[in-house]
Design a protein around this ligand. Structure first.
Ligand code: FAD
Length: 416
């Protein structure tokens, strides 16, 4: 069996793995990325948040992405019937990036790995991690090639960025039920031949068809658009037929978008992912850290997945570097607490979306620019800015503002 030894083994070459690989490579550490599939490969998660631009910029990956001319996302539109709520990232409370992209992930992720390989990063594609054994913080990982041949990699540290593969959570029994409800999703791409001219054709939109069911429309600069529904698992399952038939039936629920997408071929048989939310008992252990989707996933409604993936992997990469240089690292405080702080903020927004409180603020409240700017900063991914009251007091502020909006509405006040 072929054997090799590295400082850090990274499992998975999605955005999470790519960002930690970029950082660690630049620190001069011996690293290896092991990726099960061959790129380009399809993965969902196409609407980014401005906050992740900080991460790509910091590790030197941003210029390669800019060269791909992805569709610029300067905000987001939420619609419910005839009510529309637009967020413009340039008007957000927290300083930082005021735009990002809507990306076909196959191309996006390949751009990242092509760039890393050009820098000399060792990425082994078509290699699946099948087992990991720890001895203290040292580990031996068994990898299976496409030909079935096994090889092993000894490492001082593992960053598990395996996304939905959830390698270490499965092998070490770290999964725990998420506190977010049982939602599923069904989605595909279409050639957007009826795309309207101008902003209307390219704006990312969340069309709310009921309290807990919504459609995403994410146009790409290559003329294709991602369409997908999210809703309670039982509800999505209640539509008859295969996934194409289910999605075609669901598209009829959107008054606004039905005509635009009616009759268009689906580029691939719509995929269905059931019970999307994932959580783990711990985010790190001796000799490893979980980053990105391998650690936690809440819900697609605020597009936070890739940003958490890159935030966590950059943070983990920095801490591993310090640890391997002999510095003491407090993983609980510097990694787990940091990540959980951001997750908690987004978890409140996701939960309050489905209770309807956030929808009341978006669609029924007086359009207060101060409140809107503060919420906009959260939606841009700046969830660690504790000067923002909607970050610091997220537990109660969303509820309070929604209650005020409801009272104003009952009193026939400023709500429209
Ligand atoms: P991934 O991008 O999934 O990459 C993990 C890699 O690990 C894969 O390439 C996989 O092949 C590899 N791997 C898996 N197992 C193994 C193994 N055993 N050995 C070796 N390699 C392995 N996020 C957003 O930011 N915006 C959105 O709009 C959005 N929409 C979403 C919609 C839905 C329905 C869902 C379910 C998720 C959505 N997400 C979204 C979340 C997004 O998919 C993830 O957060 C994001 O892809 C995480 O990146 P990652 O690098 O952690 O994992």
């Amino acid at each position: 069996m072929q054997k090799e030894t590295v400082d850090v083994l990274i499992i998975g070459a999605g955005p999470s793995g790519a960002v930690s690989a970029a950082y660690l490579h630049k620190q001069g550490l011996k690293i290896k990325v092991v990726e099960k599939s061959r790129f380009p490969r399809f993965v969902i998660g196409e609407s980014l948040l401005p906050r992740c631009m900080d991460h790509f910029e910091e590790v030197g990956l941003l210029d390669a992405l800019k060269a791909r001319n992805y569709e610029v996302k300067a905000g987001a539109r939420f619609m419910r019937g005839d009510k529309v709520c637009n967020f413009d990232f340039s008007k957000k409370y927290t300083e930082g990036w005021d735009w990002t992209w809507q990306v076909p992930r196959a191309d996006f992720d390949k751009t990242l790995t092509d760039t890393l390989e050009a820098w000399g990063v060792d990425i082994a594609f078509g290699q699946e991690v099948v087992d990991v054994k720890f001895k203290g913080s040292d580990s031996v990982t068994t990898v299976k090639g496409e030909d079935g041949k096994l090889s092993s990699i000894s490492a001082k540290f593992i960053i598990d960025s395996s996304g939905h593969g959830r390698v270490l959570p499965r092998l070490l029994d770290l999964d725990k039920p998420s506190e977010i409800g049982r939602h599923s999703s069904i989605f595909t791409h279409v050639k957007d031949v009826k795309r309207p001219e101008g902003r209307e054709g390219t704006i990312i939109t969340f069309d709310i068809v009921s309290l807990d069911t919504w459609l995403w429309v994410i146009p790409f600069s290559n003329g294709y658009t991602s369409i997908g529904y999210v809703g309670p698992t039982e509800y999505l399952e209640s539509f008859a037929g295969n996934t194409t038939e289910k999605l075609r039936e669901m598209m009829k629920l959107s008054d606004y978008y039905y005509d635009r997408f009616e009759g268009l071929d689906y580029e691939f048989e719509p995929r269905m992912i059931k019970n999307i939310a994932k959580s783990v008992k711990q985010l790190y252990g001796e000799g490893y850290a979980l980053t990105g989707n391998s650690a936690e996933f809440l819900d697609p409604v605020f597009s936070s997945g890739v940003t958490f993936a890159t935030e966590s992997s950059l943070q983990a990469a920095k801490l591993v570097t310090r640890q391997l240089k002999g510095e003491a690292v407090d993983w609980e405080r510097e990694y787990s607490d940091h990540m959980k702080e951001g997750v908690a903020v987004f978890a409140t927004y996701v939960k309050e979306w489905y209770t309807g409180n956030l929808q009341t603020i978006f669609f029924d409240s007086n359009d207060n620019p101060v409140i809107k700017a503060q919420i906009c900063a959260v939606l841009a991914g700046y969830v660690w800015d504790r000067t923002n009251p909607f970050v610091k007091n997220h537990h109660r502020l969303v509820k309070t503002v929604a209650r005020i909006a409801e009272m104003e509405k009952e009193a026939g006040g400023p709500a429209s």
